[in-house]
Every structure is written in C-alpha cells, then in structure tokens.
Ligand binder design. Structure first.
Ligand code: PLP
Length: 416
C-alpha cells in the first residue's frame, strides 16, 4: 500500500488567501455594484520592461533558426547571465562573490524550499513572527517540526517576535539555532536591516556554526544609501550565509520566472561524522540532478535587466511602486492610522486602529471602503493587530483606495 508524507497533514490548510477570497467573494455577491480595490496580493501589476521584452523576442527568433537554436543549457544558468549578476549585484557593491557562486533558477520561492534538501533534519530552525509563510511550510513538509498549536505555531521551530517595539527586527536569540531565515526588506512588514543589525546576525551565526538564509527579493526597493542590499556586504557572511534573489519584484518577472541563489564556496556545514562539507558542492549536485535550468529565452530577458536601458526601466518601475507606497503612508497617517515600512519596501504595515483585530479591520475596510488588504495575523501570531497594504497596483487604484479610507477614518475620528 502506498503511503504519503504525513508531514503534509500537519500543515494548517492554506488558510490566509483562501479565507480572504471567501470573504471578498461573499461581499461581492451581496454587493454586485461595489468597485472592490485589491491591495492585498504581493504580485506586481505593471508590464515587463521593454528591454526584457526585446531581448526575449530576439531569443525566440534565435530558437527558430537551426544555427542559433539552444537545447538544454547549464543547470546553473548561462555564464553570461551569472557573470552579469556577480559583477552588477555583488562586485559593484564590494561583495566578494564570483559568477560560479550564482545559481540561476525559476524562482526564489522554490529555492527557499529546495535548499532544505541539502540540510539535515535535526537542525534547530528560527523564523521571525510574522514571517513569509513559505519558510515555515517547507520545513513542516520536510518533517522538521511537530504539530501546530492553536496559535498556528509549530512545535520545534524557534519564533522570533517582531513588532513596533523592536522596529520589526528580531532580537538575536539567546539560545543556539542552526538555520535562521531573514528577509530584508521584509515581507510582510516592509522593515529594513542596517549593516549593524546584519553584522550582529553574522557574528552570531559564525560563533554558533549557524547558516543564515537571507531573502533579498525586495533589495531593489532600498533607497536609503546606508542600507545593505546583500548580506555579503557584511564582514564574515561568506562563512555563514546563503542569499536568495529574484527578478520577480524588481523587473516584474512574477509570471516570467527567473531568480538566483548565491552559495559561497567557502560555506560549510557538518556531516554526521563531524567533518566539514562544502554546501556549494551539495547545492550544485542537487540542482544538476533535480533541475534542468531556466529557459534560454527567460535568461536573455533577465540579462537585459543589466543593460543600460534595462537598469533605467527597472528603476522607473520600482520608483512607481515606491511612490504608491508613499501615498499610502501619507494618506493613512493623515487619517490618524500608524504605519510602518513602505519607504524602502513595497509593503506598508499598518497598526489596526481602535484596537481592532486584523480580521475585524479587514472586514471593516472591505465593507466600508471596498478595499482589500491582508490581515497581519495571517503571517503569524505576532502579526495580530497589524495589516499589510501592498503598493503593487495602479496609481488610480491606490489614490481611490486612500480617498475612501481617509474619508471613513476622518469622519470616524470626528465622531469620537
Ligand atoms: C515575492 C517573494 C519572493 C520571490 O519569489 P519568486 O518565486 O522568485 O517569484 C521571495 N521571497 C519573498 C519574501 C517574496 O515576497
């Protein structure tokens, strides 16, 4: 008799986005004329940069000609793309990262999950609370946790609470953990990390033989020149960190699919016999065995991000979303609502007014303003009392949503 991976039964049934959809659909059915604005989903809305489209069209033509046709490419990605990534994203920022330490993939979400293939199953794992749910669920699937309690916390994980009190940056744990997930600029809170904060994590990781998984999917949104874009800007990170990057949010590749993972050759972890093993070799083996590379066409599209035109176009895209974020921050603040993030990130993290729960605020926004956001409690127990508003939308929708919210909350504070 075939059996299943029972760890899947521990997963809390993908509650957040289905529950949002259920409430929005019920409201839309009861109010068919309502013009609902969705500021809930972490997906981009603006079209692909022209430089990327042009490069991909050219690549399609090459595929149609016997002399320039390409079959399987290197599993790790084409050298011309890896070299551009290493030079532009790392060496230009003073990071000692070489092209062969870059592994091109079809997404950061899969990389974040797949990386667990090369790690043992007795590691102690730390995540922040609230957190990007992929880090938690992939560990549940891999059998690294026990059951979830009524707060949705899995036994065996170390949760590091983040809130306004610690500026949404976790305190370095007093206990020893082996794997640590960090995401800056953060989804969902929009918080960023200073060099000093990341240095403290790197020092901790080196002292404890831990590995940091650094998710920098939103690095392009950093406008403050003092903030690090990569963990490899931090002294010692080559000995303790793996970085995940993606073209999804900077170049609008969420539907095109291209990302990369950086594994330094100097990074090691322990084998069962106590010896040190290079993680680069294991990840290289894992990718060569289970992955056959990203399409040639898409890699040409990603390469164009690094052209002069591509750079100008992605800067304009990011600036567009950041202006949306600025409008959201400004309008909500004017309505007397406390907001965080949204300066070096496309997410504004809202403190729900009047002590409303995350879901009560969700319902209030949906019913009175016809605006959809994401309840903070869906990202973890410590997200209760917060709410995520995404800047990924048209200017028109953002302005209209903010007009409705300020109208509602200004009228409401006038009553009090
Ligand atoms: C969007 C996002 C990614 C990127 O995922 P892709 O699979 O590359 O599209 C990674 N991490 C976080 C936290 C994200 O929000």
């Amino acid at each position: 008799m075939a059996t299943i991976n029972d760890n899947y039964l521990k997963l809390k049934a993908g509650y957040l986005f289905p529950e949002i959809a259920r409430r929005v659909n019920a409201f839309a059915q009861a109010n068919p004329d309502a013009n609902i604005i969705r500021l809930g989903i972490g997906d981009v809305t603006e079209p692909l940069p022209e430089a990327c489209r042009t490069a991909m069209i050219k690549a399609v033509e090459e595929m149609g000609d016997r002399t320039t046709f390409r079959g399987y490419g290197p599993e790790q990605g084409y050298a011309w793309l890896r070299e551009k990534i290493a030079a532009h994203d790392f060496q230009a920022r003073g990071c000692d990262i070489s092209a062969d330490e870059i592994f091109v993939s079809d997404g950061s979400k899969c990389d974040c999950g797949n990386i667990l293939d090369i790690f043992g199953d007795t590691n102690t794992i730390a995540v922040t609370d609230p957190v990007y749910p992929v880090y938690v669920d992939t560990n549940v699937m891999a059998g690294h946790t026990g059951e979830a309690n009524e707060r949705g916390e899995y036994a065996g994980l170390v949760y590091l609470p983040i809130s306004a009190d610690n500026h949404f940056t976790a305190q370095i744990p007093s206990e020893k953990v082996d794997l640590i997930y960090l995401c800056f600029p953060n989804n969902p809170t929009g918080a960023t990390a200073t060099k000093e904060h990341l240095q403290a994590w790197v020092d901790y990781a080196r002292a404890n033989g831990s590995i940091i998984f650094f998710d920098a999917a939103y690095e392009a949104f950093i406008t403050d020149p003092s903030l690090p874009h990569s963990i490899f800007e931090i002294e010692g990170a080559r000995d303790c960190a793996i970085e995940f990057r993606s073209f999804s949010k900077n170049a609008g590749f969420t539907g095109t699919r291209c990302a990369f993972t950086v594994v330094p050759k100097t990074l090691t972890a322990k084998a069962a016999d106590g010896s040190d093993v290079e993680l680069w070799a294991l990840w290289n083996r894992r990718q060569s065995t289970k992955f056959n590379g990203v399409s040639y066409i898409v890699q040409r599209g990603a390469e164009a991000v690094y052209s002069e035109a591509g750079q100008a176009q992605i800067k304009a895209l990011v600036a567009f979303y950041l202006e949306n974020a600025r409008i959201i921050r400004e309008q909500l603040t004017a309505a007397g609502i406390a907001v965080y993030g949204g300066v070096n990130a496309p997410y504004v993290w809202v403190k729900t007014p009047d002590g409303l729960s995350s879901w009560d605020f969700f319902d209030k926004l949906l019913h009175t303003c016809n605006v959809v956001g994401t309840p903070g409690s869906g990202f973890g127990a410590a997200g209760e009392g917060y709410f995520r508003i995404s800047a990924f939308n048209s200017r028109e929708n953002v302005e209209e949503a903010m007009r409705r919210i300020t109208e509602t909350f200004n009228a409401h504070s006038a009553l009090n």
